[in-house]
Design a binder for this molecule. Structure first.
Ligand code: 5AD
Ligand code: SF4
Length: 438
């Protein structure tokens, strides 16, 4: 049996931070329509699966989740949103007839209307891509945790040969300056103390007057009550001098940069259509470090891209050694339908990819641990974000995006001055020195 007229909902977001942002906005939209979020453990009448299509495993997960939902005593109304919805469209209800709604990442402002259609027993599908029109149609931001996401740019024109994003999220578009600053102020009014500006190519953000991301960062810097600014994910080609300068000039801009290189081999980078080389990447990092000497660097890596030789993989290990990352994300290449790389010859055997990934992750893990250990003894500000496992313990973030655990009487959302006492591979422990004034 299906519940015909949903009163409660659950939005489950997978994949990147842009999906987390979209998931929050869908929840706000459904609340504005009078639905309420299902309580923890309660089975919702409407389940929105906000999906990721970037790697095969992420996409397959959707179908196993739908299968699980179909086994409930009362089957919920099921909406598939996100990048799988965009990429597979009408194919989804063909393969999983229990799905009632399919809605792409540029069309989710129409979710209430799609729910009404589904309530009437009609199958509802919207994968239109009108750039930016959804933002104007979304309700105002509601109460926030201390760290909030704000999408400023969507889509990608870079067409890396392995990547589905240019097909699922469409062409690069930037939201208008004023709309972003207004949303940032609303987030701060709703309790945010840190804002992370999001975009598939966030540093490709431009407005009609030719201003770049640094102009937005400077505008956010002037918002009283906002303590921290971050941005992600950046492309090396859009790492402009102005943005790099902001790292030395804007105090609220945190010393952290996520700048994916993907591979350490120039031949592989060319086959990936990355349009940068290992040298140009390293030169950018040199200027970034000159602007902000304590900057923590992070990256993304793909091992086993078609044709990658052992020697080329070792070049990836070399660039990791040269950069010395504070944090990183690494993946086995996964062929995505419709991308040029999925038709390339010389796909790499899974066991070779496994072995390369293990070696790369061992090196990256050791660098992260060493970075954390080098922080021990520092005094720094920590933004408290969530409860820890032990009573009286809270977990927050250092400026370098490390998780810090500490015993404190301060509240979630407070900035506290902390001495970092010990470090593990994934987090640190600290002792509170004092609360920092807002
Ligand atoms: N296979 C493996 N990893 C991929 N990524 C993107 N597409 C693929 C793919 N087809 C990785 C890249 C990107 C990150 C978000 O996901 O490293 O930077
Ligand atoms: Fe995908 Fe490359 Fe665009 Fe990043 S820059 S979203 S990896 S196509």
């Amino acid at each position: 049996m299906k519940s015909p007229d949903p009163r409660t909902f659950e939005v489950k977001s997978f994949g990147c931070q842009m999906n987390v942002y979209d998931g929050e906005r869908m929840a706000e939209l459904l609340e504005a329509e009078g639905l309420s979020a299902a309580a923890d453990g309660e089975e919702a009448d409407l389940v929105v699966l906000n999906t990721c299509h970037i790697r095969e495993r992420a996409a397959e997960k959707v179908y196993s989740d739908i299968g699980r939902l179909m086994k409930r005593d009362t089957t919920p109304m099921i909406a598939v949103a996100g990048c799988v919805a965009q990429a597979e469209g009408a194919e989804i209800p063909r393969r999983a007839p229990g799905v009632d709604i399919v809605v792409g990442p540029q069309a989710y402002h129409n979710l209430p209307e799609l729910v009404r259609q589904a309530s009437r027993g009609e199958r509802a599908l919207d994968t239109a891509m009108p750039p930016l029109s959804k933002f104007g149609a979304l309700p105002a931001r509601r109460k926030q945790g201390p760290s909030a996401f704000l999408t400023v740019q969507e889509g990608c024109d870079k067409f890396c040969t392995y990547c589905v994003v240019p097909y699922t999220r469409g062409a690069e578009v930037s939201r208008p300056f004023g709309a972003i600053v207004d949303e940032a102020k609303a987030l701060v009014d709703a309790g945010a103390r840190e804002i992370t500006l999001l975009g598939q190519n966030v540093n490709g953000w431009r407005d009609g007057d030719g201003r770049g991301l640094e102009a937005l960062i400077v505008a956010l810097d002037a918002i009283p009550g906002l303590a921290r600014i971050r941005y992600t994910t950046s492309h090396p080609n859009d790492m402009t001098e102005g943005l790099i300068r902001a790292h030395s000039e804007v105090e609220k801009l945190m010393p952290y940069l996520h700048l994916p290189v993907q591979s350490g081999s120039n031949r592989v980078l060319k086959a990936m259509n990355r349009s940068h080389t290992t040298d140009s990447y390293l030169r950018i990092l040199e200027t970034v470090r000159a602007a902000r000497s304590d900057i923590a660097l992070s990256g993304d890596f793909i091992v086993g891209f078609p044709g990658e030789t052992e020697a080329e993989f070792e070049e990836t290990l070399r660039i990791v050694e040269a950069v010395n990352y504070a944090q990183a994300f690494s993946f086995k290449y996964s062929p995505r339908p419709g991308t040029p790389a999925s038709n390339m010859e010389d796909q790499i055997a899974p066991e070779v990819m496994d072995e390369r990934l293990q070696r790369l992750q061992a090196l990256l893990g050791a660098q992260q641990h060493a970075f954390n250990q080098a922080s021990v003894g520092k005094r720094t500000a920590v933004l408290l974000e969530r409860p820890g496992r032990k009573p009286g313990q809270l977990i927050g973030k250092s400026p370098w995006l490390q998780s810090v655990h500490l015993e404190t009487d301060a509240a979630i959302g407070d900035l506290v001055e902390v001495e970092l006492l010990s470090a593990g591979p994934n987090s640190l422990a600290g002792a509170e020195l004092m609360k920092v004034a807002a």
